[in-house]
Design a protein around this ligand. Structure first.
Ligand SMILES: [Zn+2]
Ligand SMILES: [Zn+2]
Length: 576
């Protein structure tokens, strides 16, 4: 186990939020820091046994503070070179406050930078600034990682999804952005170290030379003048290459030279497949980095939310999100407190929302001000119902419970009859009222309507084509459509790698209809009698881009093999 990990676990052992959070997911990231050699071999690890005999000559006359300031601005290669001058140089470098903090709290960041040969691009000062900033530079979440090529603090979701965090091989970069090799030499380039990368544990035995994607993109725009002319140039180039290839092939065939035809290779014009969080190249320039709180001088490695642990993989509820103590508070305010391992929209600080059934006939939506009831009482429906003030009579659907100076007891301060959002993509002749249904997929809160609307639309597209469960009808509440009812697939299980062929069949039928599923994972295929049924279409979209569909097909095999637990849900909860 490397020292970085040890520190991480020790710190997390003392979490103040026990029961609500957990330190690490079951799976390892396999980022660059997991592939570094034991720290004894690192260049910055020389232990000073003896006191220095000679000083730094003319540099010695500069006041130490000034010297430290200058050295902290130097690139790390130069700084490490200076450190090797003599024992006094080691002493001076190790006294630089930024260097001290980095070697104490983020030693693997420094070792990672040097191991992939990016030391000449980065200074101590830059790393220190990132160490003391908690937020991901893309999304503002806690970012527990450092992307070395451009020195950015990022979160797992951003670096594993965004195009700019995929370092590119030179050939790919040249083809994609229409630049030449001499341009690449001026941009941040790394040499990967052989090892195992990504949670899918992909082996990489070569030392790859990779360039930062965003830097090439910008260089490409500068060279070509604009994004559109760059794209046009790239298109023209690949068309030209394909034409040349066709010409050479037909020439060779006309000359009857079969061997030459076989030797001619079709030029590559498309991007290599990027399996995002399964792509090893996305992990070759990324190291975990704690956040150093400048006030407390304590590092925080971040932790995960128990409420987001299972079943969740779209923000704000995503099992990969990491939090600091401060950002976790914000998360609870946004998604509700965690009770019994789940977020419930009951809040001790913000308003809580409820949907209640009155006299088995009327559904009312209530909001309750914070501080009126104990959170645990609000989480247990029978207790809450017994504590609510008497419901005002009349035809209303939204009510607000609060207290004011004239009446300290909770009471209704507002009631109103207001239009509520409804699913609009209604096509099926059958509508079943929610109250007449014994079992159904129910709306929990009005903010779920857009999600249900999108999925309802997809069920219309695949109607009568046996790809998904049968759509049985819309679910309504007093005429307002709030969900749908689909066939329950009994005796089924989730897909495994052995089910590749039936899964491929189901997916290609969906693609033939010009629909991209958008959320492929093994939990979204239900297997029964050797046949695969696709479910969970909330991210599905119309797609005429053959390349995008092909890309989705290509992810299938990896997704079935995935062991990260992404998209994990039980079959029962999907097929209501
Ligand atoms: Zn992010
Ligand atoms: Zn959560």
């Amino acid at each position: 186990m490397n020292p970085g990990k040890q520190t991480e676990e020790e710190t997390l052992g003392k979490l103040p939020l026990e029961g609500l959070t957990y330190p690490c997911p079951r799976l390892s990231d396999f980022s660059l820091d997991d592939n570094l050699r034991p720290s004894g071999c690192s260049p910055g690890n020389v232990y000073i046994h003896k006191l220095p005999k000679v000083d730094l000559s003319t540099l010695g006359v500069i006041p130490l503070e000034l010297l430290q300031g200058v050295l902290s601005q130097l690139d790390l290669c130069t700084l490490m070179g200076f450190r090797r001058v003599n024992r006094r140089a080691i002493e001076v470098v190790e006294s630089i406050p930024q260097y001290k903090a980095i070697t104490k709290y983020a030693r693997n960041v420094l070792r990672g930078i040097l191991s992939i040969q990016l030391g000449q691009w980065i200074s101590c000062e830059t790393v220190y600034e990132k160490l003391c900033t908690a937020e991901c530079e893309e999304c503002g979440d806690f970012g527990g990682y450092f992307y070395i090529l451009t020195c950015k603090r990022v979160c797992f979701l951003c670096f594993s999804e965004e195009d700019k965090y995929l370092p590119l091989r030179h050939g790919h970069a040249i083809r994609k952005f229409g630049v030449n090799r001499s341009v690449l030499k001026t941009l941040p380039c790394m040499r990967s170290i052989p090892g195992t990368y990504s949670p899918n544990e992909k082996k990489s035995n070569e030392r790859l030379t990779l360039v930062d994607s965003e830097s090439v993109y910008r260089a490409g725009i500068t060279i070509h003048g604009s994004i559109s002319s760059m794209e046009q140039y790239v298109l023209d180039r690949s068309a030209q290459k394909l034409q040349d290839f066709d010409r050479r092939t037909s020439q060779a065939m006309a000359e009857g030279s079969g061997t030459i035809t076989r030797r001619l290779r079709r030029p590559r014009t498309e991007d290599p497949f990027d399996s995002r969080s399964g792509n090893p190249m996305r992990f070759m320039a990324v190291v975990r980095m704690p956040w150093l709180n400048r006030e407390s001088h304590k590092p925080e490695w971040g932790f995960h939310c128990i409420g987001c642990q299972k079943f969740h993989r779209s923000r704000p509820l995503h099992f990969r999100r990491k939090f600091t103590v401060a950002s976790f508070g914000e998360h609870l305010r946004q998604c509700g407190n965690v009770r019994n391992g789940k977020h419930c929209r009951v809040d001790s600080e913000g308003q809580s929302e409820f949907r209640i059934l009155v006299d088995r006939k009327f559904i009312k939506y209530l909001t309750i001000d914070p501080g009126l009831y104990d959170v645990s009482d609000m989480c247990f429906a029978p207790t809450l119902i017994s504590m609510l003030p008497p419901l005002p009579p009349g035809d209303w659907n939204k009510g607000h419970i609060s207290h004011d100076t004239s009446n300290v007891h909770p009471h209704f301060t507002r009631i109103a009859k207001l239009p509520l959002p409804a699913v609009t993509k209604v096509s099926h002749p059958l509508q079943i009222d929610y109250l007449e249904l014994r079992m159904g997929q129910k709306l929990r809160s009005n903010w779920e309507i857009p999600r249900l609307d999108a999925e309802t639309r997809v069920y219309q597209w695949i109607e009568n084509i046996q790809i998904g469960p049968k759509f049985l009808g819309h679910l309504s509440e007093r005429g307002r459509v709030i969900g749908f009812i689909i066939e329950r697939i009994n005796d089924c299980r989730h897909a495994t790698p052995e089910d590749l062929s039936p899964c491929q069949q189901a997916l290609s039928r969906l693609h033939e209809l010009g629909i991209k599923h958008g959320d492929l994972n093994k939990h979204n295929f239900l297997i029964r009698n050797g046949k695969a049924t696709l479910i969970d279409f909330e991210n599905s979209t119309r797609c005429n881009d053959a390349k995008a569909l092909e890309e989705e097909s290509r992810t299938l095999q990896d997704e079935l093999r995935d062991t990260t637990g992404r998209g994990g849900r039980t079959a029962e909860s999907d097929a209501a």
